[in-house]
Design a protein around this ligand. Structure first.
Ligand code: ES4
Ligand code: ZN
Length: 324
C-alpha cells in the first residue's frame, strides 16, 4: 500500500506554510539573520516540540517564526515545502499563511506575500507543482485587526484565492468575524475557516460557519458528525472538509480515523491533509499511510480521498478537470 500511496497523484488543502519550517531551515535562517536560538542542535529543537493540546502547540509554532524576517526567508520556506510536496507526488496545494503572525512582530505584509508568491511561480516552472495562497486571520486577535489585514491584502487580491481563520478557537467563535467574512466575500475571496477537533462548542462553531458565515469549505470539521442536520446541510452543499489525522493525534488523543471512515461512508467530501508537518512529523503521504493502516483502506478508498480533494479545490473548473 505504501507504493500505491506514493504513486497516487495527491492534493494538499490544509497546510500552514509556517508549520512546514523544519529545524534544519530554522537553524539556517537564524544564522543568516544573526539570531541566537536557544537550541544547540536539530535534535534539541525536536525535543522541545512537546505539546499535547492546541494552545501548547501554538506557543511553539509562533515562537518558531521568529527566524522568518526577509523576503528570501519566506521564499526559502515555501520553496522547501513545495520541493517536499512535489517529491511526494502532490500535484496541487492550497497553502495557508498567517500574515498577522508576521505583521504583529514588525515584518511587513508585502515582504511576506512577495516571498511566498515568488516561490509558487518558481515551483510551478521548475517542479510542475501548482499552488495557490489562502490568507488566514488569527482568531485570538481582535476582529478589527483581521479587517485591517483584509484591507491590506486588497492590492494583492490576484495572488490570494481565499481567506481562512485559525489559531486558538476557545472563546473565538466564527461570528466574531462576521463583518470580516462579509467584506472578504464582496471582494471575491472564497471562504473557509478552522473548526478544530473537539473544541468547546465545536458543533455550534461548525453551525455558525455553515449557516451564518456561509463558508465554501471547512477546515477539520470532524465534530459535524454529532449533528445529523448539519451533516445533511454539509452534504447537500457539497462542502469539503479538510481533515488532518496526524495533527488530530497531537491535539487530541486520536487521529479520528473512525470519523473519517464514517464521513467517507456518508458521501461527505472529506480529504486528508497535513496541517503543520514540520511539527507533527508527517506530510500528506504519511497522513494517508497512517489512515490506511488504521482503517485498512482499499486502493479505491484512497483514490476517493484524492478525488474528493481535487474536486473541492479552488481552481477554475477547466484546471480542476485536468486533475480529475
Ligand atoms: C494550527 Cl493545528 C492548528 N490549529 C489552529 N490554528 C493553527 N495554525 C496552525 N496550526
Ligand atoms: Zn490547520
Amino acid at each position: 500500500m505504501t507504493d500505491f500511496i506514493a504513486g497516487l497523484p495527491k492534493c494538499e488543502l490544509h497546510l500552514h506554510i509556517e508549520g512546514t519550517l523544519e529545524p534544519e531551515l530554522k537553524f539556517a535562517l537564524a544564522e543568516r539573520n544573526g539570531i541566537e536560538l536557544p537550541y544547540s542542535s536539530v535534535e534539541d529543537i525536536r525535543a522541545a516540540y512537546s505539546f499535547d493540546d492546541l494552545p501548547s502547540f501554538l506557543k511553539i509554532y509562533y515562537e518558531g517564526m521568529e527566524v522568518l524576517r526577509t523576503e528570501p526567508d519566506f521564499y526559502d520556506l515555501a520553496m522547501a515545502y513545495l520541493r517536499r510536496a512535489a517529491s511526494q507526488n502532490v500535484r496541487y496545494a492550497e497553502i495557508f499563511f498567517d500574515p498577522q503572525a508576521h505583521t504583529s512582530r514588525g515584518v511587513p505584509f508585502d515582504l511576506v506575500i512577495r516571498g511566498l508568491r515568488r516561490a509558487l511561480l518558481d515551483a510551478e516552472r521548475q517542479l510542475g507543482i501548482r499552488a495557490q495562497l489562502i490568507m488566514c486571520f488569527l482568531r485570538d486577535f481582535q476582529a478589527e485587526y483581521a479587517m485591517a489585514t483584509l484591507l491590506e491584502s486588497l492590492p494583492y487580491r490576484e495572488w490570494i484565492v481565499g481567506v481562512g481563520l485559525d489559531s486558538d478557537e476557545k472563546g473565538n467563535p466564527p461570528v466574531k468575524f462576521r463583518a470580516v467574512y462579509e467584506r472578504a466575500r464582496q471582494e471575491g475571496y472564497l471562504l473557509t475557516m478552522h473548526c478544530d477537533v473537539d473544541q468547546e462548542n465545536s458543533v455550534e462553531h461548525i453551525r455558525q460557519a455553515v449557516e451564518e458565515i456561509g463558508v465554501d469549505r471547512i477546515d477539520h470539521g470532524v465534530n459535524a458528525l454529532e449533528d445529523q442536520a448539519l451533516v445533511e446541510t454539509i452534504r447537500e452543499r457539497g462542502l469539503g472538509l479538510t481533515v488532518c489525522p496526524i495533527s488530530n493525534g497531537y491535539v487530541t488523543d486520536s487521529t479520528k480515523a473512525d470519523a473519517i471512515r464514517r464521513m467517507l461512508d456518508l458521501g461527505l467530501r472529506v480529504t486528508v491533509n497535513s496541517d503543520d508537518p514540520a511539527y507533527f512529523a508527517g506530510y500528506v503521504q504519511e497522513n494517508l499511510a497512517v489512515l490506511a493502516e488504521e482503517l485498512s483502506l482499499t486502493e479505491e478508498d484512497l483514490v476517493q480521498l484524492e478525488r474528493n480533494a481535487f474536486e473541492i479545490t479552488w481552481l477554475p473548473r477547466h484546471l480542476k478537470d485536468a486533475y480529475l
